[in-house]
Design a protein around this ligand. Structure first.
Ligand code: FAD
Ligand code: SF4
Length: 512
């Protein structure tokens, strides 16, 4: 029997995977905490702690189930701090006769593991992660020949393919595919917001390890009350908690933002999903089962809104990534080149919306979708920040940030740096949008209604400046006609004042 070494990456903690069904004395799994992974971008401290905690818990589970596991903590003497070097060394030192790994989700790791396999002296093979609902290349093939990949088309295909929320093979339940228009309410301040499900783990020892190994990080952490799940059991608890308490209002308030409630009715399941402790299908199936048994508590628009995120957006982003990498990482449609303003790292800005979204991100390693898209992402786009700088920030700061889902959302959806592969038009908004969806503007030094003057909200003049500045690229887009009609209706004096105000803000970005 050949002696096999199998690699488990930090985001491959899928205990339901066929690899782990039966212990086999010929198979040894290896897992490693390496400096390379902890530092390829400056991560939020909670993100590193969450990944390492979950990896350690996974190792323990495998050992308890009878598997053989080699685990390198960050400070292990034999740890060469690089996944490929560790593998080469292990194979040689322990005479493994075969190497196997699961399909990595990141292009960077995929390329290095492929290169490693080319030079190993033993045969190697790659297995599926058994996690996603579609194969890597499905989305690329589905949209082959198309300039724009429309999520809605994929989503409908997925609904039909999986038979989810369907009346017949072809027709959606309730006669509509999408209830988005009903799902865009500002938080009413009355609907009770559920307490976030947290786990109160003590990660002080792990934190000390990061400090002693001088791993750079951003953000803060309460080490004695670490909130994120480390096991599949805890992830399932989180899922159940969300289904009962968050799902009934998920759709209604999914775009709302409120200073009192950083999570509102969002699931916070992205970390458990992206580490594969939960599978997308079980998240959807459990939600559907609860909805079927509690039709009075959960309406069709709520469940549809949630299902769309998982079987639609998540699969779409992953498939787009694999269809477009590695070129995607270099796209900069608008040629933006400003550095990220310093307040992204501190939250110290007079803009209440930015302060809230950034402060919460630094405190919780979390912001929900609309904060990421329309506040921090929208501002970076309006300010003309280089997409590389925007990507680095998003890839570092969020608990769920792994490149396959971070870059397509950031560079594509939020920065339109792909020129419209992911979105049909840039997601930018003035204060009008933020004021409509949040309570931010009430507590802001800036005035949401003003475009010019000392207290003018920066989002307003920057919004018009963005459209004027990129007229050649955006005016031909039929979906943007309205913005240009409004811009062209302005008097010359009004337009010039707004553009001057924007120029002033752009030269003093760090002072906003
Ligand atoms: P919920 O609002 O409860 O949604 C449920 C689940 O749906 C999420 O857990 C997630 O798995 C999935 N989902 C929802 N929207 C998306 C989407 N646009 N793309 C992919 N999956 C989606 N998500 C990440 O997982 N990692 C990232 O690094 C990441 N970076 C982002 C960067 C930007 C600029 C933007 C606009 C979005 C980003 N997203 C990312 C998508 C989304 O914001 C997060 O998935 C979501 O906020 C996670 O919180 P939640 O689990 O409470 O999500
Ligand atoms: Fe943000 Fe402008 Fe509203 Fe202030 S006024 S919270 S800067 S949108």
């Amino acid at each position: 029997m050949a002696k096999i070494l199998r690699l488990i990456l930090g985001d491959q903690l899928n205990s339901q995977h066929s690899w782990f069904q039966h212990p086999d004395p010929a198979i040894t799994f290896c897992m490693m905490e390496v400096r390379e992974e902890a530092t390829y971008v400056t991560h939020h401290v909670q993100k590193i702690l969450a990944f390492f905690s979950a990896m350690r818990a996974f190792r323990e589970e495998l050992v308890n189930r009878g598997h053989q596991v080699i685990y390198y903590p960050l400070d292990a003497a034999e740890n060469l701090q690089d996944i490929c070097q560790n593998i080469e060394h292990l194979i040689a030192a322990q005479q493994f006769e075969r190497f196997e790994y699961m399909q990595p989700d990141e292009y960077r790791l995929d390329a290095s593991l492929r290169a490693l396999c080319q030079k190993l002296s033993v045969p190697a093979a790659m297995a599926d992660t058994e996690h996603f609902l579609t194969p890597r290349l499905f989305v690329g093939n589905f949209f082959a020949g198309k300039k724009t990949y429309r999520m809605e088309s994929l989503y409908r295909e997925m609904r039909k393919k999986l038979g989810i929320l369907m009346e017949t093979d072809k027709n959606p339940l309730g006669g509509r595919w999408n209830f988005d228009m009903e799902n865009r309410k500002k938080y009413d301040g009355k609907t009770p917001v559920p307490a976030a499900k947290t786990f109160d783990r003590d990660v002080s020892g792990l934190y000390q390890l990061l400090t002693s190994q001088t791993i750079p990080s951003i953000g803060t952490v309460d080490c004695e009350h670490f909130p994120w799940p480390a096991t599949r059991g805890e992830s399932l608890e989180m899922l159940e908690d969300f289904i009962v308490n968050g799902l009934p209002y998920f759709g209604t308030f999914q775009d709302a933002m409120d200073t009192r409630h950083p999570y509102l009715f969002h699931s916070r399941l992205s970390f458990a999903l992206n580490t594969k402790m939960l599978s997308p299908l079980e998240v959807v199936n459990q939600s559907l089962a609860y909805w079927e048994h509690h039709p009075a508590a959960i309406t069709l628009p709520q469940i549809e809104g949630f299902v769309r995120q998982i079987i639609g957006w998540r699969e779409y982003m992953r498939g787009t990534y694999w269809a477009q990498m590695p070129a995607y990482k270099t796209l900069n449609y608008f040629g933006h080149d400003r550095p990220l303003p310093g307040f992204y790292w501190t939250g110290e800005t007079r803009m209440a919306c930015m302060r809230d979204a950034i402060t919460n991100s630094l405190k919780n390693a979390y912001a929900h979708h609309i904060q990421r898209l329309m506040v921090t992402g929208g501002f970076a786009l309006l300010a003309g920040v280089h997409p590389d700088a925007v990507d680095d920030w998003y890839l570092g700061i969020y608990i769920d940030a792994v490149e396959w889902v971070e870059i397509t959302n950031t560079r594509g959806m939020s920065q339109f740096a792909d020129g419209g592969i992911v979105g049909t038009k840039p997601y930018v908004g003035s204060a009008n949008y933020i004021n409509k969806m949040s309570n931010y503007c009430k507590n802001c030094d800036y005035a949401a209604k003003q475009k010019t003057g000392d207290r003018a909200c920066p989002f307003n003049s920057l919004y018009w400046h963005f459209y004027e500045h990129h007229r050649d690229k955006l005016a031909p887009n039929p979906r943007i006609g309205m913005a240009y009609r409004l811009l062209d209706k302005m008097t010359k004096t009004e337009k010039n004042q707004i553009l001057r105000q924007a120029e002033h803000y752009l030269t003093h970005l760090n002072d906003l």
